[in-house]
Design a binder for this molecule. Structure first.
Ligand SMILES: Cc1ncc(COP(=O)(O)O)c(C=O)c1O
Length: 467
């Protein structure tokens, strides 16, 4: 007869495992977007949370044809850690579309752009090392930096991207402390989550600074080809190594992804790095996953070899441009005058800042009860800032759902504003009729600790700021 053990208490179980966990697990953070995904997959939820492209636009007949072209035995086999030659070659063509000249052998295929960030952090960061990032930064990068126990220093931004003055001040302070950042992480174009783009003057200044100080810059560029208005700007990588130049790329690591221009489901991203770093990054990849999916890499190779990929990106651009305009109009209609938001020229996100008595993590609970989701601003900071801001996505929901989602958010914000005004006897802005409200002065736009950007739908002020 088998002996029955009495059930162990949950507290006892936790205690037993507590002693087993590596110390890094104490600083690990969950990804707000990943947590929210469990809720936002419910069909009744309007999600303005994820960074999801609209994959329903991909032609099913093309999908079937491409799968039919995939060589079965090779697609079901392991592949090289650095990626299949056809995919590395396709990546060089995608980068050429943004005026970057790279050799296929400088490219490492990664399991999404997320793994690109992970591999760079794994290769460069020891516990306590410094990573510099923008404030706010990509919410998916924060858990990665935390998992490797980096100290993350976030540099303020305005409508022209990261403040280079603030960056230089931080570097000078670190010099005085005899410390040096291991790398600077930036998303210069259509930044996630802020939706802003670094000006040309700042790009030049950042590349020069990296050269002078011999600092590594990780340029993460998932959205560069998704521009809806304005002129394109050179990537940091192309400023570091102009096309046709024989210079070595010493300081810019470039990360890209197929997720926003083809599909996140294929999980194909990439890294292009200075040659001395490549070998270490590949070692890191080998220990992570041996290789990225050969099945989806063959699909990607067939797509770029035979399909009109430029045409598909044009189609996405048209669709997202329209949805961006829909969300901007809806925000102007439904948010109170005291709210501010960015006006992205491309990409998938808008950063909204609410009056400082509204805590967006609390607001999310109310929003989920109304079946609408967004990413609370705190997810974009390593240190708890961003509490009054939120990230909104406009690529994945239909026009009417975007309008309805923003209307619901506007309604709960108005309730909070009304409650606050009642309690304090002040009048801070009424949702639903912003035109009747006088906008507060620019200086009152947002608390010091979060990105303060041009007021509602206006691009004024973006060009006037110092580079
Ligand atoms: C700035 C940035 N980097 C990296 C990623 C990761 O994307 P993926 O792993 O799907 O390529 C994202 C996704 O939204 C992103 O916005």
């Amino acid at each position: 007869m088998t002996e029955r053990h009495p059930p162990r208490s949950a507290a006892h179980e936790l205690e037993r495992y507590d002693g087993l966990f590596a110390s890094r697990t104490r600083v690990m953070r969950s990804s707000a977007m990943r947590d929210l995904m469990a809720v936002t997959v419910r069909p009744e939820v309007i999600s303005l949370a994820g960074g999801l492209p609209d994959t329903s636009t991909f032609p099913p007949a093309l999908f079937t044809r491409l799968l039919g072209q995939v060589p079965v035995a090779q697609a079901l086999q392991y592949g090289p850690s650095e990626g299949l030659p056809g995919v590395r070659e396709a990546i060089t063509r995608v980068m050429a579309a943004e005026h970057m000249a790279v050799d296929p052998d400088e490219v490492i295929v990664t399991t999404g752009g997320q793994q690109a960030i992970d591999l760079v952090t794994k290769a460069l960061i020891d516990p306590g090392d410094i990573v510099i990032a923008e404030a706010p930064t990509y919410p998916g990068a924060v858990p990665t930096f935390c998992a490797y126990e980096a100290e993350v220093i976030q540099i303020e931004m305005d409508g022209d991207g990261m403040s280079l003055d603030a960056l230089e001040e931080t570097l000078a302070r670190l010099d005085r402390e005899h410390r040096r950042p291991k790398f600077i992480y930036t998303i210069p174009t259509f930044q996630n989550p802020a939706g802003v783009t670094m000006s040309l003057a700042r790009r030049r200044r950042l590349v020069n600074l990296a050269r002078e100080r011999e600092l590594i810059v990780l340029e993460d560029n998932p959205y560069g080809l998704l521009r809806y208005e304005g002129d394109s700007l050179p990537t940091l990588r192309s400023l570091e190594v102009p096309a046709g130049s024989t210079d070595d790329n010493d300081f810019v690591i470039y990360a890209g992804t197929m997720s926003k221009i083809l599909s996140p489901g294929v999980r194909v991203g990439w890294l292009v790095a200075p040659r001395p770093l490549l070998a270490k990054l590949i070692l890191g990849k080998q220990s992570s996953d041996l290789c990225s999916s050969t099945l989806t890499q063959h699909f990607v190779a067939a797509y770029f070899a035979t399909a009109d990929w430029h045409g598909y990106i044009d189609e996405l651009r048209g669709l997202y441009h329209r949805r961006r305009d829909v969300i901007l109009d809806a925000l102007a209609e439904h948010l109170p005058a005291a709210a501010t938001w960015t006006h992205p020229e491309g990409g998938l996100f808008i950063w909204v800042t609410l009056p400082d008595f509204i805590h967006t993590t609390d607001l999310l609970a109310r929003a989920l009860a109304e079946n609408v989701a967004f990413v609370p601003g705190e997810a974009a900071f390593a240190d708890g800032r961003g509490q009054h801001s939120m990230r909104l996505n406009f690529s994945s929901e239909a026009d009417d759902d975007i309008r309805e989602g923003v209307r619901r958010i506007g309604k709960i914000v108005a309730e909070q504003v009304g409650l606050h005004d009642k309690l304090t006897g002040r009048r801070s802005g009424v949702a639903g009729s912003p035109a009747e409200q006088a906008a507060p002065p620019e200086s009152a736009a947002a608390p010091d600790n979060v990105l303060a950007l041009p007021r509602r739908g206006s691009t004024e002020g973006r060009r006037s700021r110092k580079a």
